[in-house]
Design a binder for this molecule. Structure first.
Ligand SMILES: [Zn+2]
Ligand SMILES: [Zn+2]
Length: 263
């Protein structure tokens, strides 16, 4: 068994859930503790049963309640040492025994989930995405990506499922009220991934067996769920890719999505 649920995904807060028969983990804890508890309850999971939280990077939309979550329910945290250093207010709440140091490109396991953090281009201390392998089935979590590159593609290649960032539409971004500097950051090489590049990435991954993708980390101001979805579908169709057996959906920013059964 390998199940995925996006509890919350978007530029306002991220928390994802993955489970196997004997292991339950969260990726990031970027909403309030109350919302994490509510989200888990809605999928019939008790926070006490979470075996670990793996952390992508220290931006607040990924770690807002990490320290309190770990402390209240005695949950192990997995982050790189640079990420711990970059979020001192969270790190000080995590007991030493729950502090696990991970390294980019080095495998580790939580229960029966084999995890590899891979580097992503983003303006944080030591940001990463994750591949999770269970019984030879690979799933990938890749958000906060300034630009797609061969290193990321090498890691996520062969995934059955991916939660992939589709942060903004280039045209909508141009017309939002954001200050120029912020627009420049979002579209820059260490900012976020556009719908179009998400589409190209999914098109590439379908050739190596991708069956299901959820678009996540959508911007509230520079994107719309329908637009992200349609841009990716258009990219696939314009490449003549067969999408009969492929499932695409968009993660909800504020509500837990439905459970996706991968294996
Ligand atoms: Zn970020
Ligand atoms: Zn983020």
């Amino acid at each position: 068994m390998l199940n995925f649920t996006s509890l919350y995904s978007g530029s306002s807060g991220n928390c994802l859930f993955v489970e196997t028969e004997n292991t339950k983990i969260l990726v990031d804890a970027g909403v309030s503790l109350k919302r994490i508890e509510t989200g888990l309850t809605s999928i019939n999971v008790s926070p006490e049963d979470i075996d670990g939280v793996i952390v992508t990077h220290e931006h607040s939309d990924h770690i807002q309640s990490l320290g309190n979550l770990s402390k209240k329910f005695n949950i192990p945290v997995y982050a790189t040492s640079k990420t711990y250093d970059a979020m001192p207010k969270q790190t000080e709440k995590i007991s030493d025994i729950n502090k696990n140091n991970i390294k980019i490109d080095e495998h580790f396991s939580i229960g029966d989930i084999n995890i590899t953090p891979f580097q992503i281009p983003h303006d944080a201390a030591d940001p990463c995405g994750f591949t999770l392998v269970v019984d030879n089935k690979k799933i990938s979590i890749a958000t906060d990506i300034g630009h797609m590159n061969n290193n990321i593609l090498k890691y996520i290649d062969g995934s059955e499922f991916i939660l992939l960032e589709a942060n903004y539409d280039s045209n909508v971004l141009k017309y939002t009220k954001y200050p120029f500097k912020l627009k420049e950051r979002i579209a820059g090489p260490n900012g976020h991934l556009s719908n179009k590049i998400a589409g190209q990435t999914i098109n590439y991954l379908i050739k190596s067996g991708l069956k299901n993708a959820v678009l996540g980390h959508l911007s509230k101001e520079s994107n719309f769920p329908e637009l992200a979805y349609q841009t990716v579908i258009d990219e696939l169709l314009s490449n003549g890719t067969n999408i009969d057996d492929f499932k695409l959906s968009v993660a909800n920013r504020d509500l837990p999505g439905k459970l996706i059964h991968i294996n």
